[in-house]
Write a protein that binds this ligand. Structure first.
Ligand code: URA
Length: 436
């Protein structure tokens, strides 16, 4: 197809038909629309937007660009969770095995890092030999036997999202509500799930800067997903500050494993339990939120999700002994480790998630171009959290870098990311609202 008239039409703010959208998605996926034209169309969409019908058409044509999973009848509900993208957000890693232990089937298709936000696939691939490109048949059989599979878009499953996602990441076209909606829902609809919980982030490191924008987005997303037959709820969560004490692919895996071991930061545990509880209520397995939280919390600390996680990574190619060795020697995955220490005393008033996301990306934990190589071990750990007491000389965070030069260069912006105040600040709730 000649894509130019569509680019021009969208540039002028005109509405595209479902047929035009479906054609451009299938031609781009087949390789007959060049990246530079698709990038121009994405930028036109970024500025001009898509209406509800166009967003729906884009979502469905992206879903239909590849195979849709078909599961045999089973009493275990098919569910999933997806986040709009945050810094330090390793919730999916702990949540997926927990959901399988709660009696769900979880065919989780995730994405890579986008912009400054981390991606579940990059985190999983930081585990030596973890395979994220399973065939549709293999996903179905693993979900049937183990209850969970964690994979990425492939040439066969939602390939349109795989290609568009990579292009958006390096063309400044990530924070577009219709593009995010279509990207997320195309993957979720291809999973054939019955219920979905969305983690819609707002704040300086999120694609939605304000709570109001997140609310608008959540409503539109819940509406479209429900219309497509998926029972969907959205939790609106704070992304002014990073989640947990680590940011960076492998470092986040380590923290997610700590969560499964009933250790680690409480904000991470809170969000994992909130997502699981929501799905228990959405699918009718629990009657109310309080009971659901109790069930999910108990299961999380039982040790079963930890064993499930180990079975999952083994099923997807990981040698458990090598993985356990890597866990034991975890800081050593980066060649250079340095520290940021407090120059005065006070309370942690701001932990700026945007700066932290930018630093992790410059350390090599994210991408600037489609062929950027990810360094799995780089990032930050032992980050101070908001409202904690800080004494002069205390550790604010450790920096894991590929070289001394990149590690030392990270300290300068990081000094601005951690702001001390004299009075203990009140922190706003992590889950601010629920949109059903
Ligand atoms: N997650 C996705 O899968 N896609 C986006 O565009 C943003 C977050």
């Amino acid at each position: 197809m000649n894509c130019l008239p569509l680019i021009e039409a969208k540039r002028e703010g005109q509405v595209l038909t479902p047929e035009q959208i479906s054609q451009v998605v299938s031609d781009f996926t087949a390789g007959s629309v060049p990246d530079y034209q698709m990038a121009a169309l994405l930028m036109a969409i970024y500025f001009r937007g898509l209406n509800t019908a166009e967003t729906r058409a884009l979502t469905l044509s992206m879903r239909d660009s590849g195979e849709v999973l078909q599961f045999p009848p089973d009493s275990r509900p098919l569910v999933d969770k997806h986040s709009t993208g945050g810094v330090g957000d390793k919730v999916s890693l702990a949540l997926a095995p927990l959901l399988a232990c709660l009696g769900f089937r979880v065919p989780m298709i995730s994405g890579r890092g986008l912009g400054i936000t981390g991606g579940t696939l990059d985190k999983l691939e930081s585990i030596p030999r973890f395979r994220t490109n399973l065939s549709a048949d293999r996903i179905v059989s693993q979900v049937q036997t183990l209850g969970v599979a964690m994979v990425g878009q492939t040439e066969k499953m939602v390939p349109a999202d795989k290609q568009l996602y990579a292009l958006r990441d390096v063309t400044g076209t990530v924070p577009s509500i219709p593009l995010i909606t279509a990207s997320i829902l195309s993957k979720k609809l291809a999973e054939g799930i019955q219920a979905l919980v969305m983690d819609v982030k707002f704040g300086q490191a999120a694609f939605m800067a304000t709570l109001e924008q997140a609310r608008q987005f959540a409503r539109a997303l819940v509406h479209l997903a429900t219309e497509c037959g998926v029972n969907t709820r959205a939790l609106l969560t704070n992304m002014e500050r990073p989640l947990g004490r680590t940011a960076g692919n492998w470092l986040e895996v380590v923290e997610a494993v700590e969560c499964l071991e009933n250790r680690g930061p409480s904000d991470l545990r809170e969000l994992v339990v909130a997502c699981a509880a929501s799905l228990l209520v959405q699918t009718g397995l629990e009657k109310d939120e309080a009971a659901a939280r109790q069930t999910a919390g108990k299961c999380l600390v039982s040790g079963d999700p930890l064993s499930k996680w180990e079975q999952l990574i083994q099923a997807q190619g990981v040698n458990l002994r090598d993985y356990q060795l890597a866990l034991k020697s975890y800081p050593m995955r980066a060649a250079y480790v340095t520290e940021l220490r407090a120059s005065e005393a006070g309370y942690m008033g701001v932990v700026n998630a945007r700066i932290i996301g930018e630093v992790v990306r410059s350390l090599g934990g994210g991408r600037f171009t489609t062929d950027s190589r990810i360094h799995p071990g780089v990032g930050l750990d032992q980050m101070m959290q908001m409202s904690e007491r800080v004494e002069r000389g205390m550790l604010l965070c450790r920096v894991h870098a590929a070289t001394e030069a990149t590690g030392e260069a990270a300290l300068e912006p990081l000094r601005k990311a951690f702001e001390l105040v004299s009075e203990k600040p009140v922190i706003s709730p992590l889950v601010q609202e629920v949109c059903a």
